[in-house]
Design a protein around this ligand. Structure first.
Ligand code: HH2
Length: 282
């Protein structure tokens, strides 16, 4: 067994301590992400953006070195490592847990050794060696459902019953992780909005949030996605802020534990207003 530094899992602790949902700020260190591709591709720009998101009130960060937008091609491991590791290392001591958005076990291992608190895998740790990479540490994991793979996933998604299929998949992946030694309390699940889903599939899964939340803490990633564009008639991702904030509030209301967002300040403000109107205080 590889030895990694033992640490108390800061994601599980943050989930237990803070009022939910947590706001996870997205840092895409990529040339081609669907919304902010190229803006933070240089390490210095990504680190500055990460600090801005922390200042805006992010509870945690999600660093990604590979776009998984529909049609995206995989990134070689060396390239992904070169994008992600310098930023992760620069954020050591920043005070917020850092998650790494990756499908590659080699990237998971390197990131966990460098202090990542969570692996966010759109492939639900299905790659050989991925479960072990997480199980050998105390880190958390987000298991996401995706039908197919990014290059082709939006060509012809099909389900007989999307909610029961996605639920069964997430349950099975969580059980496999638990059997491999990952504590239940370290597992977050995600129905994977936009990942091999038609408009109506995304809607059905959103409406199933309260049920999913009974299985494990649920991460919701709707920020700036096509489903928001379809609901608002906004073709450009730049025009989807209001729709994304509305979706985040709705998800918060229906049991989301983590909101994965590009726009931390706007999401925080909306949560603050909503909570006070509900009489919950800030
Ligand atoms: N969405 C994206 C990437 N990673 N991870 C989880 N758990 N859930 C999501 O919904 C999710 C995710 C896509 O968003 P983004 O990272 O902004 O785009 P890109 O994949 O093009 O970099």
């Amino acid at each position: 067994m590889t030895s990694h530094p033992a640490r108390a899992d800061p994601v599980a602790a943050t989930l237990a301590r803070r009022r939910l949902p947590l706001v996870m700020g997205i840092v895409n260190i990529t040339p081609d992400s669907f919304h902010d591709g190229g803006r933070f591709a240089a390490a210095g720009d990504a680190v500055a953006h990460a600090h801005r998101l922390i200042d805006e009130g992010a509870d945690m960060l999600d660093l990604g070195g590979e776009s998984t937008r529909p049609g995206a091609a995989p990134v070689p491991v060396e390239e992904e490592l070169a994008r992600v590791l310098p930023v992760l290392e620069a954020l050591r001591g920043s005070g917020v847990p850092v998650s790494i958005d990756t499908r590659q076990p080699a990237v998971m291992r390197a990131a966990l050794a460098a202090g990542a608190a969570m692996i966010n895998d759109v492939n639900a740790l299905l790659a050989p060696g991925a479960v072990e990479a997480v199980a050998e540490t105390d880190a958390s994991v987000c298991l996401m459902h995706m039908q197919g793979e990014p290059r082709t996933m939006q060509q012809a998604p099909r389900y007989a019953d999307v909610v029961s299929e996605v639920t069964a998949f997430l349950q099975a992946r969580a059980e496999a992780c638990i059997a491999a030694g990952i504590d239940r309390g370290r597992i977050v699940i995600d129905p994977g909005f936009g990942f091999g889903k038609r408009f109506e599939d995304n809607l059905a899964l959103a409406r199933a949030l309260p049920e999913l939340a009974k299985l494990a803490p649920v991460l919701v990633g709707l920020s700036r996605k096509s489903v928001i564009g379809a609901m608002t008639g906004r073709a450009a991702t730049a025009d989807r802020l209001s729709g994304s904030v509305a979706a985040a509030l709705w998800a918060a209301r229906h049991g989301a534990a983590i909101l994965r967002v590009h726009d931390v300040a706007a999401t925080r403000d909306a949560l603050a207003v909503w909570r006070q109107l509900e009489g919950e205080g800030q």
